[in-house]
Design a protein around this ligand. Structure first.
Ligand code: 6PG
Length: 229
């Protein structure tokens, strides 16, 4: 299933579009099913969109927040994806803490997988999965050159080339039965991976489509020269 590419002038425009998409997806999910089950991206790219959500109005008590991956660091470590989301957004809105499910990667990746798996089994299908993409085409903590198990819901990673090597990640099965997948790609550093992705390379990011195909929200800086939509 091909991705749906949406190109914006700059990272600020991408952040505004992503925040608007998240709010609209939440309204639809809450209207249809009474709750919104969202998986957050880590890294730095989504921070601007998260900050915009801090000032938004929503039925926050009906939002249920999960994570796409986490690094094996202490729960309050500044390098944690959960800390990035908390500081940029979750600490500033009234989502009940009982509705936020950080991956307990501070326990080590195998223990974290064991604890997170039943949560994912109970929650899926997610309404919206947010993902970033690394310069090598990884997404969440699914890296190129490593076996990708299409049936895996949650996986332990021990050799991530992006530090720290120890991580926990949702697997392709949990990502691909989501109602929607939204991949955020900004900056010239991602240009080569976008080119490889569009050339049909079997990068991890290219294997995450969700139920409707992935929507890629990107800025002009991440466009490869030969990009034709
Ligand atoms: C992580 C992320 C990872 C991230 C990409 C992009 O733990 O680092 O989950 O998959 O989304 O590496 O990172 P940037 O947004 O910082 O470029």
């Amino acid at each position: 299933m091909t991705a749906n590419w949406r190109v914006y002038d700059d990272a600020g425009a991408v952040a505004r579009a992503v925040a608007d998409h998240m709010l609209a997806a939440a309204r639809e999910a809450i209207a249809r099913r009474g709750r919104f089950k969202l998986v957050l991206a880590g890294g730095t790219t989504p921070a601007m969109a998260y900050r915009l959500l801090s000032g938004a109005e929503a039925e926050w008590d009906k939002w249920f927040v999960y994570f796409g991956d986490e690094r094996c660091l202490p729960a309050d470590h500044p390098g944690r994806n959960s800390v990035m989301a908390h500081e940029n957004w979750l600490a500033h809105v009234a989502i009940p803490s009982a509705n936020v499910f950080p991956m307990p990667a501070e326990l080590g990746n195998e223990a974290a997988v064991a604890q997170y798996l039943p949560l994912v089994e109970a929650a899926r299908p997610f309404d919206l999965v947010l993902l970033g993409m690394g310069e090598d085409g990884h997404t969440a903590s699914l890296f190129p050159g490593r076996p990708l198990d299409e049936d895996a819901l949650v996986v332990a990673v021990n050799d991530a080339p992006k530090p720290p090597p120890c991580r926990v990640s949702l697997g392709l099965a949990a990502l691909n039965d989501a109602r929607e997948v939204l991949i955020i790609v900004t900056g010239s550093g991602k240009r080569d991976a976008v080119r490889r992705w569009r050339a049909g390379e079997d990068l991890p990011v290219a294997q995450v489509n969700g139920s409707r195909g992935a929507a890629v929200y990107m800025d002009a800086a991440a466009l490869p020269e030969d990009f034709e939509d």
